[in-house]
Design a protein around this ligand. Structure first.
Ligand SMILES: Nc1ncnc2c1ncn2[C@@H]1O[C@H](COP(=O)(O)OP(=O)(O)OP(=O)(O)O)[C@@H](O)[C@H]1O
Ligand SMILES: Nc1ncnc2c1ncn2[C@@H]1O[C@H](COP(=O)(O)OP(=O)(O)OP(=O)(O)O)[C@@H](O)[C@H]1O
Ligand SMILES: [Mg+2]
Ligand SMILES: [Mg+2]
Lengths: 256, 256
């Protein structure tokens, strides 16, 4: 059973990378075979996992410009069950080069095909835009995990994300669905956060994960040590909440 | 004396829109003539100023596709001295349409020219990417204001922003300089924040504003009322810190 999940939201700074790294690591700790693909030219998933962005042997850019195959760019991480396809600023070049390319929307989907069965989950960390890189991730994905900060601008942006999802479903990927909406940096003492959370649950029902990720400084500290939070401080609220999310996701997969 | 300032940082969620709206409003309250240009397809500066993104009479997209001139898209706001050029999701179309256009990097610069002398400051709120929309803003700008969250990924990203600034300076806009680096959502109790702040001051010296914007929930609440924070709650720490920043910016202009 292999599932490709795009982690996307065009609103910036809502916890896409933090979620990608930490859900991938938490599931790998539970002995699931995981591939993390960094499709953001910022390369935050890459550096957050302790991989230098400068002298990469291979990166996602090589897939887009056809100079390497997927086997050559998959790298190991500190966790046995977690592999990564890193990225760096070169990926910006792919955006412009893709425009005129034949089948530009399905490059990532076709590249993943030969390795998909080896992994239980493949997570794709997306940049904060509805660009061709994000489009490739949505076309390649079985479902979309949407990290949501419970604030006004993030709530405002969700409608255009859903519209994009429907467009992709209509033309490139008929079975694409919402995997779940994850409330991030959640502070229960804050009225605005509670209002936004209520609105999301009202609108999306069960699609909103029961697990909420609290604002927790260890989640912001871990990347400066190049480690997922379960390797940096497993007892922190941040680590515990992502381990809980991993359990919830595995439960959803087994239909429990 | 008229200055065009781009507010840009490709890292998402660092406070670009919050800074654009609130510095524009604070300077307008000090009777400076201000134009705020929203060049992010998310349209957060537009809705944060209480302007509906759906039925716009005119928007920045009209400038990029040549269907209206700048006079037709400048709108009033609740503050007399603050005008805005709004945006919405249509602007995404401009990104793709610009690729093949002659002089695609200087469209915004040429559009602003006829009205520049009417304003003391023109602020451009940029999307979280180094795309053609951001490039147009950097080519049109006299200087770049960089909002910085004091966290690891934001610090990591600043080097590619500076590289982009140097590229633009080299080919399109020789006098483009850093206006200032603004520390946003700053929490002095947090070791990571203090470390990052120290590193920025060490590297950029006087370019780092003395004014720091604290994390303050009224700044996140104000946009849901469609108001800049000085009209929502002028006594809040958020409002006071942007008024202070306005004073510091005016002092810098007068050379004091
Ligand atoms: N639950 C949390 N508690 C505290 N800090 C957090 C939390 N989640 C993320 N952060 C921090 O907030 C910032 C934004 O998170 P992150 O970079 O993961 O968001 P993003 O959506 O990937 O951003 P971008 O849009 O730039 O890709 C980062 O500095 C991160 O370390
Ligand atoms: N000083 C602050 N204190 C508390 N909340 C803040 C502060 N500054 C901004 N925010 C909130 O943090 C979130 C991110 O800020 P904002 O949207 O202004 O960043 P941005 O850089 O414009 O994001 P994007 O990259 O998506 O354009 C928003 O929900 C905003 O209301
Ligand atoms: Mg990210
Ligand atoms: Mg913004």
């Amino acid at each position: 059973m292999s599932k490709v999940i795009a982690i996307a939201n065009q609103k910036g700074g809502v916890g896409k990378t933090t979620t990608a790294i930490n859900i991938a690591a938490s599931l790998a700790a539970a002995e699931k075979h995981i591939l993390l693909i960094d499709t953001d030219p910022q390369g935050n998933s890459t550096s957050g996992m302790g991989i230098g962005r400068e002298n990469l042997n291979g990166s996602l850019y090589n897939i887009y410009n056809g100079t390497k195959n997927i086997e050559e760019v998959i790298q190991n991480t500190e966790l046995n069950h977690l592999k990564i396809i890193p990225s760096n600023i070169d990926l910006i070049g792919a955006e412009l080069e893709l425009i005129a390319k034949e089948g530009r929307e399905t490059i990532l989907k076709r590249a993943i095909e030969p390795v998909k069965s080896r992994f239980d989950f493949i997570f794709i960390d997306c940049p904060p835009s509805l660009s061709l890189l994000t489009l490739n991730a949505l076309v390649a994905a079985d479902s979309l995990l949407i990290p949501m900060q419970c604030e006004y601008y993030a709530l405002e942006g969700i409608s255009s994300l859903i519209k994009t999802l429907e467009l992709v479903r209509g033309s490139f990927n008929s079975h694409l669905d919402i995997e779940g909406i994850l409330l991030t940096m959640f502070d229960g003492r804050n009225t605005l956060a509670n209002q936004v959370a209520a609105e999301l649950k009202n609108h999306f029902g069960d699609k909103v994960y029961k697990t909420m990720i609290p604002r927790n400084v260890t989640l912001a500290e871990a990347p400066s040590h190049g480690k997922p939070v379960i390797l940096y401080d497993i007892h922190s609220k941040g680590a515990q909440s992502y381990l809980e999310l991993a359990k919830e996701m595995m439960g959803n997969e087994n239909g429990t």
